[in-house]
Design a protein around this ligand. Structure first.
Ligand code: SF4
Length: 307
């Protein structure tokens, strides 16, 4: 059994210093998901291809005991000894910790309980409303939790095509409303923002979530990795031919303009808006050259940003 809590580079996106993944795989099977192309999944998924994402799930056996063991030394003070120094533990990255089978396995609930009992700060991110089952734990530790969901748009029909087994955006929004009403601090991930969407779509999401006073609104444009662009195009072809065609015509030039327009709008709209890529190119100080060049392609030249 591997270590339960692992260090994470996600502090660079202000998401967490540490990560805990109860599962390998995610039954939601979103076609845009870049997790199956990440080394952390490929190393542990028994050789499944990216196209099989959503069709397998490996609960981590022995995880709860491993966590209990680790927590003997891994204190909240220890958790803060990182580059970011905030001590947040993210559940999860590379899976959705409320993937449907969590209803049966309850690995996430048990880990959440142990982490919160030990005094840790936990950020939960999910596309599932199964998290409502654990509102009791989250509300009882509201000073140390943050609950977020992804709302890239509010179109349930489009989401059904691209995120076949995740809860519909309208239902995720309702879940967030219930959480906020229960006193649980919330955040929103407008992710992935899709290349065929525009500022009006972002504005639609913002107008619904800002009244909930989210701690932050994280916005990340679609991250092409491996086969995900091709898989999305295939998934959209019959019901959303126009969007599929626009995806097929994707180019860095188009994306650069659209990304800039959207992020600029979000920044002007709310001080809680966190763009990724960030407009100050702060990633330059944190990422390897290959990633910097990749991200640089998607924003206008520096002179334009200064204008
Ligand atoms: S819910 Fe998250 S982890 Fe699961 S498939 Fe969708 S994007 Fe990937």
């Amino acid at each position: 059994m591997t270590t339960a809590i692992n260090p994470s580079q996600l502090w660079k996106k202000r998401l967490g210093d540490w990560v805990l993944n109860p599962y390998v795989g995610c039954e939601h099977g979103c076609f845009h998901c870049y997790c199956p192309a990440m080394p952390g999944v490929k190393f542990m998924n028994h050789g499944h291809s990216q196209r099989e994402w959503g069709k397998y799930l490996y609960p981590k056996s022995g995880l709860v005991d491993a966590l209990r063991d680790q927590l003997r030394n891994f204190t909240p003070d220890r958790a803060k000894r990182t580059e970011w120094g905030d001590g947040w533990i993210l559940m999860s990255f590379l899976t959705d910790c409320y993937t449907p089978s969590e209803a049966k396995h309850k690995l996430t609930r048990q880990c959440l309980q142990l982490l919160l009992d030990a005094g840790h700060k936990v950020r939960v991110q999910t596309r599932s409303v199964l998290v409502e089952r654990d509102f009791d734990l989250l509300a009882a530790h509201a000073d140390r939790v943050l609950l977020g969901t992804s709302l890239p748009h509010l179109d349930d029909k489009l989401a059904r095509a691209l995120e076949p087994r995740a809860a519909a955006p309208s239902r995720r929004l309702r879940m967030l409303e219930k959480a906020a009403a229960a006193g649980i601090p919330v955040y929103v991930a407008v992710a992935p923002f899709l290349p065929f969407h525009d500022r009006d779509v972002l504005e639609g999401v913002l107008s619904k979530v800002l009244p909930l006073r989210p701690r932050e609104i994280f916005c990340e444009v679609l991250n092409p990795k491996g086969d995900n662009l091709a898989m999305m195009e295939e998934a959209l072809t019959s019901a959303f031919p126009e969007q599929a065609a626009r995806l097929a015509a994707y180019s860095p030039e188009h994306w650069s303009k659209f990304t800039w327009s959207v992020l600029k709008h979000g920044l002007a709209r709310s001080r809680r808006f966190i763009p990724w890529p960030d407009t100050q190119r702060q990633w330059r100080t944190h990422l390897p050259e290959a990633s910097v060049s990749f991200l640089d392609r998607f924003l206008p030249p520096r002179e334009l940003l200064a204008a």
